[in-house]
Each structure stands twice: as structure tokens, then as C-alpha cells.
Design a protein around this ligand. Structure first.
Ligand SMILES: [Zn+2]
Length: 401
């Protein structure tokens, strides 16, 4: 996953192209739900952070889960073992010399209003952050194992929730192999290749049937700090902010017990992120990427990210439980499955806040256009001057003759 300013403009164009019209059923469903019901439901949440943390340990013990590796194979067998009662498919693809396998687990197949929960299980081939001291493959305790652990724990409890719609858990391979230096004996392929292949395998009927798709990535950091990531469906983020507030996860906001919340979610902090949510977003699926991009640092995608320090000691059961319970709460209340006719409106200009990085890029783009126009003007000026000069010399020579 990476932070990418340059893609803002193309993302805006794509979003405008795929933006469906009409009001959101998710919004109307959400507005029907009273705070009192949400608070009552919080008391019943059963996501177990300790079990999820145990899974992070077990995944890290398998070694690096780079595409095509033994660790990657062990991870898939582990998923098979832990998702009994689910319908599992292994979807194989090849990209350059890498063997990529996405794993999809389905529950309540064919019941409609599909909710997709997605996490990447691959770890990066190199710890190639500039902050790394050792470029061998990172453990991926947070960047890889944490999202998978949360999905597996949700997979354990979902059969007990009595949901009346289809759920898919999608474990993607090859999310994290972008921008690698191939001179270091690794294979670089585009970010989110696994997710891209998964989307390409969907029929239009399946795409139309997906109410929401939530990506969980880097959610285990002891010091959680979530902002809003884009591209995304605004309604999904609004729902998340509302649930987080009532769970005591929004700073200075009152939770169900009348207590002030802690600073875990702040959707006024907006960042564009390239991750597994982008390919499904590009075909019109309502998406949201819950990812803590400040991992061991106040800086975005710095600290322990893509270093040898992405280790088990940085991950906590408490953090995994906060995120897992928030997703579970939305599932129990039917808030992720309200409808598939939501608007992908996060990138429309009308929804931008003043601190939105898209605004910065728009300015950057305007500056580039301005520079281009000046360049063009200078070029035309030189061209016309040269032609005029040549004409004068030619005319003088004609006169001499
Ligand atoms: Zn990564």
C-alpha cells in the first residue's frame, strides 16, 4: 500500500465517470437506527481481540508470506483450517513469475446484499523503507497479519450472528509488492494486483450485488490512529464515525456511557491511499479502507512501515478488538448491507474539506497547467521569432540578388 498524490486527478475523473445517481439506501437505513439501539448492541459484541492477536503470532511464525513462498502456502492451509462452515475458493493467477492466489470464503451464499470484508495476506518481499536497517522480508505483523487475523475472528463469529445477507471474506495475495527494486533479486508488480484480479473475476451481477466492501489493513498498532482514506464511499465513513463515537473511539465525543472518547478515529484527517480498495472502487463498488497509516510515527507511511520493525510486539489485542468490534457492530445492525445503490461520492469536489489532500493536488495540477502554458508560449515565441528572423534574412538575400 502507498500514499499517492499523483493519482488524485485520475481518481477524480474515474469517480465522476462511475458515480451512480440517486439517494443512498445505506443512508436511509442508517438514519432509521437510533443511538439507543446501537448502544444496546455494543453490549453484545463478541469479537475476541486475544484470539485475533494469537492469530497474528501464528501467522508470523509461518515466516514471510511473500507470493509463491512456503509461508504463503502455509497461510492458505491455515485459512482452510480456520474457516470450516464457509465455502472456500482458491483463485490462482500469474503475474510475471509470481504465482498469486486469492482466497475467498462465502457465507449465506445467494442471499443478496453482499458485504465483502477484505485483507491482504501477503507480506512484502523486502523491508525497503528508507528507515530500514535490514532489507530481508519483514514479519508483516501489522502489515499483513493484523487484517487477516481480524477477518478470521469475524469468520468465527459471523455464523452465530444470524445475518440475512451474503458475506464474503476475501484474503488477497500480492497487495504489497509494488515499487520494488528488481536489481535486488525480487519481482515488482503493481500494488493491489491480487485485488485487481479478484475484481476482474466478478460478474456484473456480483458487482451490482455488493452493498459494501471494507478493507482492513494495518489495524493492530498499539497506538491506533485512523483517519479517513479515499477513494471511498462517504456514507460508509459517516457510519464508521457514528459507531466509533458511540464506542468511545472519537476524541472529545461522548460515548454510550456518557464518557469522552479516546483519539482512535478522526475522519476530518483525509488521505489518498493506494490499497486493495481501489480496484473495486474503480468498478463502482462502495468501498472503505480502514488502515492506520501512522505506524510508529506521526508521519504518514513512515516509522515501522516496510521495515524490519513490523514485528509482533508492535501489535495489541486491544487494538484488534476495537476495530473488529466496530465491524461486527455494523454487521449486527445491518449498516454495511443497507443497499447496493450508494453513491461513491468521496472524491466529488463538493465533498472536499479544506484540509483534503486532493485540494493540494488540485493546486499542484493547476500550477503544472500554468507552467505548461508558459512553456508553450515561450516555445511559440521562439518559433515565431526564428521564422521572422529567417524571413528577414531570406528577404535581404532576395534584395541582394
Ligand atoms: Zn505494505
Amino acid at each position: 500500500m502507498r500514499f499517492n498524490l499523483r493519482h488524485h486527478i485520475s481518481a477524480i475523473i474515474i469517480v465522476i465517470c462511475v458515480m451512480p445517481a440517486g439517494n443512498s439506501m445505506l443512508i436511509s437505513h442508517e438514519s432509521e437506527i437510533q443511538d439507543s439501539l446501537i448502544c444496546e448492541t455494543i453490549d453484545f459484541l463478541s469479537f475476541n481481540g486475544s484470539l485475533a492477536n494469537q492469530s497474528v503470532h501464528e501467522q508470523v511464525d509461518m515466516g514471510p508470506r511473500t507470493p509463491g513462498s512456503n509461508g504463503s502456502h502455509s497461510l492458505r492451509m491455515y485459512l482452510l483450517d480456520h474457516l470450516r462452515g464457509w465455502d472456500l475458493t482458491f483463485q490462482n493467477h500469474q503475474y510475471k513469475e509470481l504465482n498469486i492466489t486469492n482466497v475467498e470464503a462465502v457465507y449465506n451464499s445467494g442471499m443478496g446484499n453482499i458485504v465483502v470484508l477484505m485483507a491482504h495476506y501477503d507480506t512484502r518481499q523486502l523491508a525497503d523503507s528508507v528507515l530500514s536497517n535490514n532489507e530481508s522480508p519483514p514479519d508483516g505483523a501489522n502489515d499483513g497479519a493484523s487484517g487477516v487475523a481480524a477477518l478470521l475472528e469475524l469468520g468465527r463469529i459471523i455464523p452465530e450472528l444470524g445475518l440475512n445477507h451474503e458475506i464474503r471474506l476475501v484474503f488477497t495475495d500480492a497487495e504489497d509488492q509494488g515499487n520494488l527494486d528488481e536489481s535486488k533479486n525480487v519481482t515488482s508488480i503493481p500494488w493491489a494486483t491480487g485485488s485487481q484480479r479478484w475484481v476482474e473475476n466478478l460478474s456484473q451481477t456480483e458487482i451490482d450485488g455488493i452493498s459494501s466492501l471494507i478493507v482492513l489493513d494495518m489495524i493492530g498498532d498499539k497506538d491506533l490512529d485512523f483517519g479517513k482514506t479515499i477513494p471511498a464511499n462517504n456514507t460508509l465513513w459517516d457510519i464508521t464515525q457514528r459507531l466509533a463515537k458511540l464506542m468511545g473511539l472519537v476524541e472529545s465525543e461522548t460515548d454510550c456511557d456518557g464518557e469522552l472518547g479516546e483519539p482512535v478515529f478522526d475522519i476530518s484527517d483525509v488521505n489518498y491511499i493506494t490499497d486493495d480498495h481501489v480496484p473495486p472502487h474503480n468498478v463502482g463498488i462502495p468501498v472503505m479502507d480502514i488502515i492506520d497509516i501512522r505506524y510508529g510515527s506521526e508521519e504518514v507511511l513512515s516509522g515501522h512501515w516496510h521495515t524490519e520493525n513490523d514485528t509482533i510486539d508492535k501489535v495489541s489485542a486491544d487494538s484488534l478488538e476495537k476495530v473488529g468490534k466496530l465491524v461486527e457492530l455494523g454487521l449486527r445492525l445491518g449498516m454495511w448491507s443497507g443497499s447496493n445503490s450508494t453513491s461513491n461520492d468521496s472524491n466529488s469536489n463538493s465533498s472536499l474539506s479544506s484540509n483534503d489532500p486532493i485540494s493540494d493536488t488540485s493546486i499542484e495540477n493547476e500550477e503544472n497547467t500554468y507552467r505548461l502554458m508558459i512553456g508553450l508560449f515561450v516555445f511559440l515565441f521562439i518559433l515565431i521569432s526564428s521564422l521572422a528572423g529567417a524571413w528577414v534574412i531570406f528577404a535581404e538575400k532576395q534584395g541582394e540578388v
